[in-house]
Design a binder for this molecule. Structure first.
Ligand code: AMP
Length: 402
């Protein structure tokens, strides 16, 4: 049999995986700082949740879901996104009032695989539920921006727009339809078929979207409340020093999306895969899946794309390689001692020669090699450009002071 992973999936292993670990730790740290507790939700859900919660006309639902009947004959789907599940879990919890949650894990879409577009990919995200406040939008957008910046991704741009609500959007949609009908001859067959069903998705189209810069802009049609909301979001971002650009082509094609839409773009990546994350307000989603009205705002970021934009980062996953001159049993005990002090250590369990142990240490590119010479003797410490000897009990102090 072949040892390749299934098409569109990846084996993420050392040395690349350490950069993933670092990025996911950063995520845990930043989402916790902003007060988002962890939500761990099922990897598969009833298919109906996504049909209703992502939208039956969306490309994700029509073309990209991994759907199958389980042994009990229920139609289930591997989660293609996180928001619908989080809102379902909130409704199921019976909680009343403001609620926050952060998630991190694999998601699945049947895509045409390419770099940054995988069939299994990793998303992290947050949802801030049961508040219509524009400050919730600001907090969410800021968190995403700060986290991406903390990953040291260069050249990230934040794009924002407002797509109005059920009060003002109908007027906008009517104007957009009229414009699209007038320019039908310039559109692809797929876009033409969307004009009546879901004209906002035409603006979102990779093929036709860029051609439609003259199309009516959502911002020109906002009602008083939506305009005020958008102004508050922008003022909030400005007060926090989060730079943004308005982008009127940023839309969401479904009715339950309201007001704020935003995207984080890595300008160093190819245009087709340069969105490292996006989000927005979805005040109608809870009702769309049969729940009580619950406003919400959130985002999802694609970790595969962030890693791609960061480039081939190969970080050592060990602080120390322990070479033992007195055999593996001593190394086991010394390593345990160091691990207890919070230092990540590995050693050879096979009793190979000292020379072979050094070879392994160099192959792993560990920053520090410690050489155990025997009971009562200090250890040799070898780092780039530095050699010293230290008694075992002083190793962790030395280590922490580096
Ligand atoms: P979406 O739910 O489509 O708005 O996706 C949010 C983010 O997840 C995107 O901006 C991408 O960074 C990432 N993403 C979505 N689909 C994929 C995929 N098939 N492969 C890799 N990353 C993806």
């Amino acid at each position: 049999m072949s040892f390749q992973p299934p098409k569109g999936t990846d084996d993420i292993i050392a040395p690349q995986s350490q950069a993933w670990r670092k990025t996911l730790r950063l995520w845990d740290d930043w989402s916790e700082r902003y007060g988002y507790p962890l939500v761990n939700l099922p990897i598969f859900e009833a298919t109906e949740l996504f049909e209703r919660g992502v939208g039956e006309t969306s490309e994700v639902v029509t073309k990209q879901m991994y759907t199958f009947a389980d042994q009990g004959g229920r139609s289930v789907t591997l989660r293609p996104e996180g928001t619908a599940s989080v809102v379902r879990a909130y409704l199921n919890s019976g909680h009343q009032g403001v609620w926050k949650g952060a998630y991190s894990g694999p998601f699945f879409r049947y895509e045409r695989p390419q770099a940054g577009r995988r069939r299994q990919f990793w998303q992290v995200g947050v949802e801030y539920l049961a508040t219509p406040s524009p400050l919730a939008d600001v907090e969410v957008i800021e968190l995403g921006y700060r986290f991406i910046t903390a990953t040291e991704l260069p050249d990230v741009a934040l794009l924002i727009n407002s797509i109005g609500d059920q009060v003002c959007r109908p007027r906008y949609v009517a104007a957009l339809k009229e414009y699209l009908r007038e320019h039908e001859s310039r559109l692809s067959a797929e876009s033409m078929s969307l004009i009546e069903r879901n004209p906002l998705r035409v603006l979102d189209s990779k093929v036709d979207g860029p051609e439609l810069i003259e199309a009516p802009r959502t911002l020109d049609y906002l009602c008083e409340e939506c305009a005020q909301h958008f102004t508050s979001v922008k003022e909030g971002l400005e007060s926090l020093g989060v730079p943004y650009k308005e982008d009127s082509s940023l839309v969401r094609g479904l009715d339950y999306y309201t007001r704020t839409a935003f995207e984080y773009v890595a300008t160093g990546l190819d245009a087709a895969q340069n969105a490292v994350g996006g989000g927005g307000r979805y005040d109608g989603l809870a009702e769309a899946i049969g729940g009580r009205p619950t406003p919400g705002v959130g985002f999802a970021l694609g970790i595969d794309r962030i890693m791609l934009a960061l480039g081939e980062l190969q970080l050592p996953h060990l602080d120390v390689y322990l070479v033992s001159e007195t055999g593996p049993l001593d190394a086991l005990r010394v390593a345990s001692n160091l691990r207890d002090e919070g230092i990540s250590v590995d050693f050879d369990v096979d009793g190979r020669s000292v020379k072979a142990q050094f070879r392994t240490a160099r192959r792993l590119e560990v920053p520090v090699i410690l050489v155990w010479k025997g009971e009562g003797q200090p250890l040799d410490v070898q780092t780039e450009g530095e050699r010293a000897t230290l008694p075992l009990r002083e190793v962790s102090t030395w280590f922490n002071s580096r």
